[in-house]
Design a protein around this ligand. Structure first.
Ligand SMILES: NC(=O)c1ccc[n+]([C@@H]2O[C@H](COP(=O)([O-])OP(=O)(O)OC[C@H]3O[C@@H](n4cnc5c(N)ncnc54)[C@H](OP(=O)(O)O)[C@@H]3O)[C@@H](O)[C@H]2O)c1
Length: 423
């Protein structure tokens, strides 16, 4: 057990790093002392005395005085190199960087274990929600069946605004004005941010590495006001979910916008809030809800991790997942109910043809809804109608085949949106 105060060096001192540094400088955590932070521009004002800043990375990872490196830069280049140098120099690592852990978790954990230092990562998924430490500590005795989350505040804010009537472009503009969405929102809208987070959760839940580039990932750009119109009719909300679940003896991991019944607590998680639902054989079902980002909640997770390092001894250290597991993350046996919104010619025989294609693929219909064209809607052309279908449970493999056949049909003008139903 450490009895001395541990010295902290920061890699990065932006939104998150400067909040961490200021908290440390209050002196309210006696077991931690802030030594120095790496930045690109030492002249930029960040509300910290300039003697704490350096632009030389060696001042952090080669400084023998520093015991804990807190990494709050972003991306993996040059961060991976700096993180590995820190670990090889026997420094513990606390990181908030989901991309770093999702892409390079195995090498980072193995290097740490070899050097008998720790890696803590609670801030990488859902900022202030202690989901990673809950999985690694409190739920350790469980065999995890499923982890599902609303893991990205920006897309949840946009979908919540669309739920209350805004169209996609106005909801995005609103998110940018409030500072929730970046000027280039690609990472959030395409689901990449959620993909990194569910990759980390899946790897921790199932103790094998689920590399993010192998995961199925759909963003929210195809969702329109029309989908909210039909979702309301069937009492569903629409949320972007990261899903990791056991299916038979395999694991299915992916990112999908999905319909969720209005009765499901996840459907009530709105605006920038995040939530993670975990199912385990002892706990049954657990829902963690809270702020997923922002300097204060993220600093709470980072400093909680740094304090826990001061209390643990080397015999407590372990590798949470490695790259050696069998990876089968594109799981065609996984089943969902599916929603499809189609634009069709307003003519006879459409429903019969669609029914035939579904029946030929052994897909049975739960509900079907057709609305005649109305001039005050912008989601179809004159002479067309919108048809929405809800299937019963069907495997991903069968559904994919069905959609391909629907695409070939001449009476279907466009398959506008396909959503899974999460239940
Ligand atoms: N923002 C959130 O709410 C939040 C929540 C959870 C997790 N995170 C994660 O926390 C990390 C940091 O996020 P942030 O919002 O604080 O980012 P940020 O404001 O852009 O800060 C990044 C910091 O890293 C420094 N930096 C970047 N590249 C560098 C390089 N090559 N050499 C030296 N210094 C470099 C920057 O220096 P300069 O200041 O001189 O440019 C800056 O101080 C990211 O991995 C992010 O995903 C963020």
């Amino acid at each position: 057990m450490h009895s001395k105060t541990l010295k902290v060096g920061l890699l990065g001192c932006g939104n998150i790093g400067s909040k961490v540094a200021k908290e440390l400088l209050t002196g309210k955590i006696p077991s931690l002392e802030f030594k120095r932070a790496l930045v690109r521009d030492t002249k930029k004002d960040r509300g910290l005395p300039s003697e704490y800043l350096t632009s030389q990375p060696e001042d952090i990872f080669d400084d023998k005085d520093i015991d804990i490196v807190i990494e709050v830069m972003s991306g993996d280049n040059p961060v991976l190199e700096y993180a590995l140098k820190s670990l090889n120099n026997k420094k513990h690592l606390v990181t908030a960087n989901k991309e770093l852990i999702a892409k390079h978790g195995p090498i980072i954990f193995e290097t740490a274990y070899k050097n008998q230092v720790q890696v803590k990562l609670d801030a990488t998924v859902c900022g202030g929600i202690p989901v990673i430490n809950t999985l690694l500590d409190s739920l350790k005795a469980n065999e995890i069946q499923e982890a599902v989350g609303i893991l990205n505040g920006t897309t949840n804010y946009i979908l919540s605004q669309m739920e209350s009537g805004k169209d996609f472009n106005n909801a995005l503009k609103d998110a940018q004005l409030k500072g929730y969405a970046e000027p280039d929102p690609t990472n959030d809208l395409e689901g990449y941010d959620t993909k990194y987070k569910i990759s980390i959760l899946a790897s921790l839940c199932f103790q094998q590495f689920f590399a993010p580039d192998k995961l199925a990932c759909d963003g929210i750009k195809n969702i329109s006001s029309a989908d909210f119109h039909f979702a309301h009719k069937w009492n569903f909300a629409i949320k972007l979910l990261g899903i990791a679940r056991r299916v038979n003896n395999k694991v299915a991991v992916g990112v999908y916008p999905a319909l969720i019944s209005n009765k499901d607590p996840l459907s009530q998680i709105n605006d920038v809030l995040n939530a993670v639902q975990i199912k385990g054989h002892l706990i049954n079902e657990l829902l963690l809800v809270g702020p997923g980002a922002g300097p204060a909640p993220t600093t709470s997770a980072i400093l909680g991790d740094a304090i826990s390092i001061t209390r643990q001894k080397p015999s407590d250290y372990y590798v949470p997942f490695t790259g050696n597991g069998s990876i089968d993350n594109f799981c065609e046996e996984n089943s969902y109910k599916f929603y499809i919104r189609l634009r069709v010619g307003d003519q006879k025989g459409v429903v019969a043809e669609i029914g035939n294609i579904l029946a030929n693929n052994d897909v049975s219909l739960n509900s079907i809804d057709q609305e005649a064209h109305s001039d005050n809607r912008d989601w179809e052309e004159e002479g067309e109608a919108t048809l929405t279908l809800l299937t019963h449970q069907v495997t991903e493999a069968k559904f994919k085949k069905t959609v391909n056949q629907l695409k070939e049909s001449k009476i279907i003008k466009k398959i506008c949106c396909v959503l899974r139903v999460f239940e």
